[in-house]
Design a protein around this ligand. Structure first.
Ligand SMILES: [Zn+2]
Length: 312
């Protein structure tokens, strides 16, 4: 299936975007890869290690193993660990952290110079949302989500010129203005998993739900929009943070404002992994009263718990 961009159209990667990937916290990247980091050290995955020889230098955002000599930054770590080439490693990192790489942005000349998000180009897609078979299968058969939630979220779908089906997810601000669009690849396991139009600001997801909250009500915070849909389908009110590896300053500020303006309580089921717990701790700094709910053993995220619950 022709998912990767045609090699002849390959462009050099944007320097600023590469810097963003290099600036991702190295320990967060290591944890995302599955390493257990403790006191800036981990077992080295590149030799048979029993003594946590791999250490992280947070100030330089690098890693080094004192036994086998493996060393480098975030991109090197992904390349070596997942045995990917440079470009594939960059794609993986970008994909895991909702960072937009230029190679996936639209390449037509009339919009290539435009950097801000043109909501008028996209808003009509969400006026009459339409779900193709792949989207219906994903949302209703695989994820078992509530149709009313999907209508509330105005999810729609489309196919690109190569016939790849995409789920199109609109991001609105609290006033209901379209501020960003996220495209999710509906082919299982295909990369890129996500695509964003130029200038899309996909920060906190489902902000319009704040207008429905009554004083004293609970608001759940999830990692990513799929968990948010599951949370909404389970009857909770919820917003989503786009990535566990990096809580942006802007999103943190927005949460602080929400906390100061609304008298509600904040709740979270962190994913059962290191990045999930790390996100919880980051959020707790901004929202001191954030309540930690524990997922049962064997459930890696709330979507799984939701699916287990509705089966019974
Ligand atoms: Zn080593």
């Amino acid at each position: 299936m022709p998912l990767a961009p045609c090699p002849s159209k390959r462009k050099a990667m944007d320097r600023q975007e590469l810097q963003k990937l290099r600036d991702l916290p190295i320990e967060g990247v290591a944890e995302r890869l599955g390493l257990r980091v403790s006191h800036h050290k981990a077992l080295c995955p590149f030799h048979d290690d029993h003594h946590a020889s791999l250490s992280f230098k947070v100030s330089k955002n690098t890693y080094r193993c004192f036994v086998c000599g493996a060393s480098g930054g975030t991109i090197d770590l992904v390349m070596r660990y997942l045995r990917k080439d440079f470009r594939e490693a960059c794609r993986w990192l970008a994909d895991e952290n909702n960072i937009i790489l230029t190679e996936y942005k639209p390449q037509t000349s009339d919009i290539s110079h435009q950097t801000s998000f043109d909501a008028s180009r996209y808003s009509r897609f969400f006026e009459r949302p339409w779900l193709n078979d792949e989207a219906r299968r994903f949302l209703f058969e695989e994820r078992r989500l509530d149709e009313r939630v999907i209508r509330w979220c105005r999810l729609t779908s489309w196919k690109d010129r190569q016939g790849v089906p995409w789920l199109q997810i609109p991001y609105y601000d609290r006033e209901g203005r379209l501020v960003g669009v996220q495209n999710r690849n509906l082919v299982r396991g295909a990369l890129p998993r996500f695509r964003f139009p130029q200038g899309a600001e996909c920060g906190i997801y489902n902000l319009p739900v704040l207008n429905l909250l009554k004083p004293g009500e609970q608001l759940f915070i999830t990692e990513g929009c799929s968990d948010c849909w599951a949370m909404l389908s389970a009857g909770h009110k919820a917003i989503a943070i786009p990535s566990a590896t990096l809580l942006t300053k802007k999103d943190a500020e927005q949460l602080e404002i929400i906390n100061s303006k609304l008298s509600i309580s904040f709740h979270m089921y962190p994913d059962r992994d290191e990045p999930g717990e790390r996100l919880f701790l980051q959020l707790q700094k901004v929202l001191p009263s954030l309540v930690h709910h524990q997922l049962p053993v064997g459930c890696k995220d709330f979507s799984e718990l939701y699916r287990l619950r509705i089966k019974h």
